[in-house]
Design a protein around this ligand. Structure first.
Ligand code: T5A
Length: 215
């Protein structure tokens, strides 16, 4: 049995990650690829417990380094308990956010050194990286307008405009630095268009043949 693949979907607030993950999972399952959807922070019971610590409360509850340490603890648990066993069983995994969110939010956004975050990653996960990372890119005004329709903003959504701009720039730099593993997709169009662009990237990079998910 061949090992599964890990695809991570990244981007700023309201980029459409949670909309796109189930569509991609349905397209993969449609051609008989067993696939698991998960998310970060969270995914495993331990990861979900840490997610509650991270997302609830006031904006100043954690400083950037504490936040990065909590995220890495959650990620290590998520990979060890859920992702790695699934990949070993030949199951593909699609994660709504993963390690690049820490680089973008705690690094570019909150000012931690990228080298320190890389060191933390090596400590927690060695050289474990996704097979493909899709970064959904769109102007921050559009993303924030999409999420502002929701009843309550979480700690991160309450951060200021400059923070969200640094995030967007950060994700774009991350994608440009390693084009073989990343694909940057314009996420401002209709969900169906974004879905087709994601499928095209997955087909090209991971050499599978897929059809768009049926509504
Ligand atoms: N975080 C996370 C860190 O700081 N560091 C880390 O290492 C990690 C892993 C997670 C927070 O944690 C932070 C980042 C986050 O702030 P979350 O609740 O999981 O919090 O929030 P997000 O991941 O940001 O999820 P959002 O729901 O805010 O954004 P999505 O998933 O990108 O967007 P989605 O799909 O929910 O869509 C938002 C709205 O837009 C509509 C949807 O219907 C929905 O109403 N929409 C579209 N509308 C028009 N056109 C499209 N193409 C659309 N796609 C979606």
């Amino acid at each position: 049995m061949s090992r599964g693949r890990l695809i991570t979907i990244e981007g700023g607030e309201g980029a459409g990650k949670s909309t796109q993950v189930p569509l991609l999972v349905a397209a993969l399952e449609g051609v008989g690829i067993r696939t698991l959807a998960t998310r970060e922070p969270g995914g495993s019971p331990g990861g979900e417990a840490i997610r509650r610590l991270l997302l609830e409360g006031e904006g100043e509850r954690w400083d950037a380094a504490s936040e990065a340490l909590l995220l890495m603890a959650a990620r290590r648990d998520h990979v060890a308990k859920l992702i790695e066993p699934a990949l070993a069983r030949g199951v593909w995994v699609v994660s709504d956010r993963f390690a690049d969110s820490t680089l973008a939010y705690q690094g570019y956004g909150r000012g931690l050194a990228v080298a320190d975050i890389a060191m933390l990653h090596r400590f927690g996960l060695g050289n474990f990286v996704p097979d493909l990372t899709v970064i959904l890119d769109l102007p921050i005004e559009i993303g924030l307008a999409r999420v502002s329709a929701r009843a309550s903003a979480d700690r991160f959504e309450r951060l200021d405009h400059a923070f969200h701009q640094r995030l967007r720039n950060g994700f774009r730099e991350i994608a440009a630095a390693e084009p073989a593993r990343y694909v940057l997709i314009d996420a401002a169009g209709e969900p169906e268009m974004v879905h087709r662009a994601i499928l095209s990237a997955v087909m090209q990079r991971l050499r599978v043949s897929l059809k768009p998910a049926q509504k």
